[in-house]
Design a protein around this ligand. Structure first.
Ligand SMILES: NC(=O)c1ccc[n+]([C@@H]2O[C@H](COP(=O)([O-])OP(=O)(O)OC[C@H]3O[C@@H](n4cnc5c(N)ncnc54)[C@H](OP(=O)(O)O)[C@@H]3O)[C@@H](O)[C@H]2O)c1
Length: 295
């Protein structure tokens, strides 16, 4: 629009190849310059010694000093040659990236191992839900599991909001402090339970504040279907005890999200309902309502 000029698009891989080619050209140019300087330098040393007689008497084991100077320089030149054609060729940027990736994955494995060890040595008290109660996680996530950005939702899907309202109507909704703060005001006809580590967190009188998930579930013990409504931190912790996940999958990849829904482990969860809806006047993205139950 308005005749704006399109910038040529260069992918990351193309840019890396270009940078690498530039680096190799510079290395080879330097090597050629080194060879030229070496030849001129060697001639100069021979002339200085043999024709001009500089240090003519200076010999070691029967050889003039310039033989040693040239040999040493030749050795440095060979080292330069090897570093350009062997070391830098086979141990260039790709090799460095591969080594970094190997190191990172080793570190990650070590961290995982340590965290397993810590969990085994100091197990957290597991959260038990009340018998007959169905704790339901309700969320909307994109194809990358993104759920929010800057403490807001990233999309507007009216059918998703309607579904959220109808499912949670009359129930307890459990949420993290940040999700609570993303609402303009508490939602009508639902009991809000807000989890915060802050001891003096101020909320309207109708809202219950607790300091951990255990107390949140306790506050909802008389509800046969309390809903965990987010956000990312709370979903992560709720996955180990929730009974059902009501997920709206938004079939789109959103950029720059900062909060994510946890990966759903298909060894633990099975899909019991899946309905897909296409783009229409009110919905800019296709989406699916998917219900998971713990196996
Ligand atoms: N797409 C969706 O379905 C959906 C749904 C809900 C939210 N969201 C989005 O998710 C984002 C917010 O998620 P978030 O992960 O940043 O924050 P969050 O989970 O809503 O809240 C995090 C806060 O909860 C408290 N908290 C967490 N675990 C706790 C524990 N074990 N004990 C005591 N307090 C605990 C802490 O509050 P204090 O710092 O006060 O201690 C923490 O800072 C927003 O972008 C929101 O729009 C998306």
């Amino acid at each position: 629009m308005f005749g704006s000029k399109k910038e040529p698009h260069i992918s990351k891989e193309e840019l890396a190849l270009y940078e690498n080619a530039k680096r190799r050209i510079t290395q080879k140019k330097r090597l050629v310059a080194h060879v030229v300087i070496f030849v001129i330098g060697a001639i100069f040393l021979i002339v200085a010694n043999q024709l001009l007689g500089i240090g003519k008497e200076l010999t070691f084991y029967g050889y003039n000093w310039f033989v040693y100077a040239i040999s040493l320089w030749l050795f440095l030149l060979l080292y330069h040659l090897i570093s350009v054609f062997i070391t830098n060729r086979f141990m260039g940027k790709n090799w460095e990236d591969e080594q970094t990736a190997i190191l990172i994955s080793k570190q990650k494995a070590r961290i995982e191992e340590l965290s397993k060890q810590i969990k085994a040595e100091h197990p957290l008290p597991s959260i038990e839900t009340k018998k007959g109660q169905t704790v339901t996680v309700i969320a909307a996530a994109d194809e990358n599991n993104a759920i929010g950005k800057d403490n807001q939702l990233i999309w507007h899907l009216s059918e998703d909001l309607k579904r959220f309202k109808s499912l949670t109507n009359g129930h307890h909704i459990i949420m993290g402090r940040k999700t609570f703060e993303s609402f303009p005001k508490p939602l009508p006809n639902r009991t809000h339970i807000v989890i915060s580590r802050q001891r003096d967190y101020k909320v309207p009188s109708s809202v219950i504040v607790v300091n951990n998930l255990h107390d949140a579930l306790d506050a909802a013990k008389n509800d046969d279907r309390p809903y965990i409504i987010g956000g990312g931190e709370i979903y992560q912790q709720a996955m180990e005890f929730a009974d059902v996940i009501e997920l709206t999958k938004v079939h789109h990849h959103f950029e720059n999200a900062d909060t994510y829904f946890p990966e759903i482990d298909t060894d633990v969860w099975k899909i019991v309902n899946n309905q897909k809806f296409e783009i229409d006047d009110q919905h800019d993205y296709p989406y699916s309502f998917i219900t998971y139950k713990r196996k």
